[in-house]
Design a protein around this ligand. Sequence first.
Ligand SMILES: C[S@@+](CC[C@H](N)C(=O)[O-])C[C@H]1O[C@@H](n2cnc3c(N)ncnc32)[C@H](O)[C@@H]1O
Length: 309
Amino acid sequence: MEPTRRPLLRALAALPVLPRVHAPAGALAALGALGARTASAQQHPAEPDRQPVNAGPYVPSPDGVVSKMLDMAGVGPDDVLVDMGSGDGRIVLTAAKLRGARGLGIEIDENLVALSVEAARREGVADRVRFVRQDLFATDVSEATVVTLYLLPETVNMLREKLRRELRPGARVIVHDYPLAGWLPETWQRLDEPEKKNATGVPIATVYLYRIPASVHGRWQASVPPELTRQRIALELRQQWQKLDGMATVGGREVPLADVALRGEQVAFALPVERGRVAAFTGRARGDAIEGTVTLDGATLPWRAARAR
Ligand SMILES: C[S@@+](CC[C@H](N)C(=O)[O-])C[C@H]1O[C@@H](n2cnc3c(N)ncnc32)[C@H](O)[C@@H]1O
């Protein structure tokens, strides 16, 4: 269901004028601990002094929305959360304080960066978070396991290619209010948020959770244990974002796969074999290989597949 597009657009009337972003000399060092790095030179080689795109005015997410975003993404101590356009830092700070995560806030407004840095010190999480004054479109986010966004609808969509290119399969992208067009959310929730009425005119918030899927579309050659079959198995997987279906060819006979699922790097499907028996495959997709286990008649054995050339 398409959520309303009016609220943040209304707040646009109060758009701040963005300062020019200078070469982020200290940013690399500040980001070092999180492994992130700037990419402005690579991103805009022809226009190094270009003004950054204004991705949205400062409108903070209410605490209830922040907490829902972190819940839906299942943020925990192993996560590196990057908030692109971090405002007063509340998402990064809450993730560090209440979930033990590490975090990076990317924010263009130097006053908001200063506020966030001070809050991190006051709240005792300065060792786990960084805030940088930087253009979010020109900052590499490849170390993130979770990315959070609360930006204008068109700028959210300008980030699709960047997120797809930089994030690893399994990384979660959690978006407040404006969905990523063409991406299929794993789940979404609408919340009553009276606090938003003043800022945006509408007392509701919608939160979308996306998970970056591994790329498994195409033909694969599977090696399965002889207990399953001694015939060759070829797989043809068809993928649209995380939606997956497919067909197996077993010794020249085509068999549709059942219960096909893709979640990050995890692939699962069921393959009917002879006499009504069904083999349940699970595996982890990494580059040109899928490796995992297959369960048949109560026995669990290894299998693997390689991309067919
Ligand atoms: C709607 S606020 C969201 C704040 C915070 N993420 C939250 O949910 O509470 C968007 C923020 O993005 C910042 N911003 C806008 N364009 C930016 C850009 N090109 N690079 C970095 N930050 C930007 C704004 O200054 C603003 O603080």
